[in-house]
Design a protein around this ligand. Sequence first.
Ligand code: SAM
Length: 285
Amino acid sequence: MTLWKLVFSGPMAPLYAATETMMALEDGPLSVSLFEQPDDETSGWLELLYAEEPDAEAMRETCGLDASYAAECQPLPEEDWVKLSQSGLPPVIAGRFALHGSHDEAPDGKTAILIEAGPAFGTGHHGTTRGCLLAFDGLLEAGFAPASVLDVGTGTGALAIAARLAVPHARILASDIDPEAVEESERNAEKNGATNIVFFAADGFDHVRLVAKQFDLVFANILARPLIELAPAIDRAMHKGSVAILSGLLETQADEVSAAYLALGLHIERQGPLDGWSTLVVRKA
Ligand SMILES: C[S@@+](CC[C@H](N)C(=O)[O-])C[C@H]1O[C@@H](n2cnc3c(N)ncnc32)[C@H](O)[C@@H]1O
């Protein structure tokens, strides 16, 4: 398959907003990556991959970037991209967890989670997944042992699988708005021997399984806007002593997302940023 790479380069701040816009698109690019110039963190480039030649000017408009952003669009040589991307991905270490593809192994002493690179989000290489796993590891390290876990926007199922492997007897529910992600998560859970996780498709908390349910731990690694919109529902899904680990927000959006949760009387600890992405650990006292 021939892939097309579209790159916009210029000052960094608008590129953050463009990254978020592209990640939120339903029929967006196959991948969205933001890079800082090694010698100047105020400028960088946004790299978008497509299965067909994109309309660079239309994408520029969607991204909200003006003509000063240099656009470069070119086909990439034919390759087995999935295989290539897997072989290039080293294991990701996040506290006690190590996420790896089948071409690789987790280092000794780590909880291995096998996730192949595929269409769903969450090989662990992204700062948001890593941030959630690090926050989870910190909670476990401090003695937190959740008996019930909800993973909203489970992607590849990585966080739900980590929860199952770390807390064998917890009740775990994991949902995604994308039914294909749900199927991929189920396959990944099976490969990892992570049994007894209830995966299902749902938009946010709009599902009968989530009505009037509370959890000791809620993961929600989605984008800033849905995190703000879901704040009341996440609050309702928490009881006294519950913790929510929220990610998918850029460092520049951390204040706005935090404000939505502080307004509900929740306590927030901010972690990161990792590659520009912040993680919030939210507690209900
Ligand atoms: C950034 S990925 C996170 C995947 C995984 N939890 C991880 O940490 O690697 C966000 C996921 O949330 C899903 N999503 C987006 N909006 C959602 C919504 N309103 N309800 C449920 N899932 C949603 C997307 O389909 C995607 O799989």
